[in-house]
Ligand binder design. Structure first.
Ligand code: CDP
Ligand code: ZN
Length: 158
């Protein structure tokens, strides 16, 4: 078994869609980035790549490459899943924390888990999602950005 962790931050701005774990969430702001800026999926990808010893998201999907402009991050997660499979790994479980002052994310977790599970070809029970405010402190508290943390366990596919 191998463990990996991932972390990501994106700025919140008006006029962008808010996409988290592949799900569009109605909100007054959205995350800014080269791709769809899905901060939670990015942290999960980094946890998976980290566990496999395959560097990080930027190594595989550079934001200097026009091919990845506005790309759906779930597509990147699917590609990550294929890389892991090729390297002889299967996903044990994933646990992630999304730090957001607003909106309330818990109601969207079932849909988010379904989307992540479908992309990786795993069961929803292998994924756990948590929402957390930062009690109004810092950039997440000021609704200037969101961050996400993830850990992932991989097992040898054998
Ligand atoms: O109570 P505590 O300080 O531990 O947590 P909190 O950050 O105030 O969040 C309370 C609960 O709200 C969490 O357990 C999550 O279930 C939920 N939550 C959420 O659904 N979406 C967020 N953006 C933040 C928190
Ligand atoms: Zn990101």
């Amino acid at each position: 078994m191998r463990i990996g962790n991932g972390y990501d931050v994106h700025r919140l701005v008006p006029g962008r869609k808010l996409i988290l774990c592949g799900v569009e969430i109605p909100f007054e702001k959205g995350l800014l980035g080269h791709s769809d800026a899905d901060v939670a999926t990015h942290a999960i990808i980094d946890a998976l790549l980290g566990a496999a010893g395959l560097n990080d998201i930027g190594t595989h999907f550079p934001d200097t490459d026009g091919a990845y402009r506005d790309i759906c991050s779930i597509t990147l997660l699917e590609q990550t899943g294929r890389l892991l499979k090729q390297a002889g790994w299967r996903v044990g479980n994933i646990d992630a924390v999304i730090v957001a002052q607003k909106p309330k994310l818990a109601p969207y977790f079932p849909q988010m888990k379904a989307c992540l599970a479908r992309a990786l070809g795993i069961d929803e029970t292998q994924i756990n999602l948590k929402g957390k405010t930062e009690e109004g402190l810092g950039f997440t508290g000021a609704i200037e950005g969101m961050k996400a943390y993830a850990v992932a366990l991989l097992e040898e596919a054998s």
